[in-house]
Design a protein around this ligand. Sequence first.
Ligand SMILES: *Cc1c(COP(=O)(O)O)cnc(C)c1O
Length: 226
Amino acid sequence: MSIADNIKSLKKETDEIKVKLLAVSKTKPAEDLQQAYDAGQRLFGENTVQEMVEKQEQLPKDIEWHLIGHLQSNKVKYIAPFVSMIQSVDSIKLLKKINKHAEKNKRVIDCLLQIYIADEESKFGLGFDEVIELLRSEEFADLKNIRIRGMMGIATNTDSEKQIKDEYYELKTFFDGMKVSFFRKEESFDTLSMGMSSDYKVAIEQGSNLVRLGSTIFGGRVKKTV
Ligand SMILES: *Cc1c(COP(=O)(O)O)cnc(C)c1O
């Protein structure tokens, strides 16, 4: 199937159940993104600042760009003028940097806290305790130019559907708890980003409302990039 066909069928599948579809376009050329755009896709995810900036310059300006890869503090400035959401926030230090550059650009930048749920040391993210510590801190309370929209998690890369299901269930439960404890009055705390090509159906069953799909839309990638 073509990129356009993939987008159309996935959009239909996710729109019906009010799940947002993020097209993860890392390593793919701008032409591929344009095809997805022409089929109606507007949310695109990249995992490096450099690729996002290059593609943002070439592609239509109404695309909403989501950063999903590890972000170094010193690179925030390059995406702060246009990025729609940073899904990979994993420290208060990074959050402060995002806030600073959002302020410079007279913006409020939407962020997700990336939560460590996998059984793999290589993955980034905050532990449950660290999230609570961050949300309680005075440093966090001072940040006016970021808005925490929710959480993002990457499950273990495993064939065990049970393990993936358990990890997503835990994250959904934690998300609900944090919403009650810290974001009761904020309706904008509404996004739970879980699920990639291999496991998005399980993720949706467990309560995801934003799935991040790469290879299902654009085909396989040559390089391993996660
Ligand atoms: C690459 C990537 C995806 C998409 O992976 P696919 O398996 O191609 O769907 C989703 N989330 C993150 C954080 C990624 O880095």
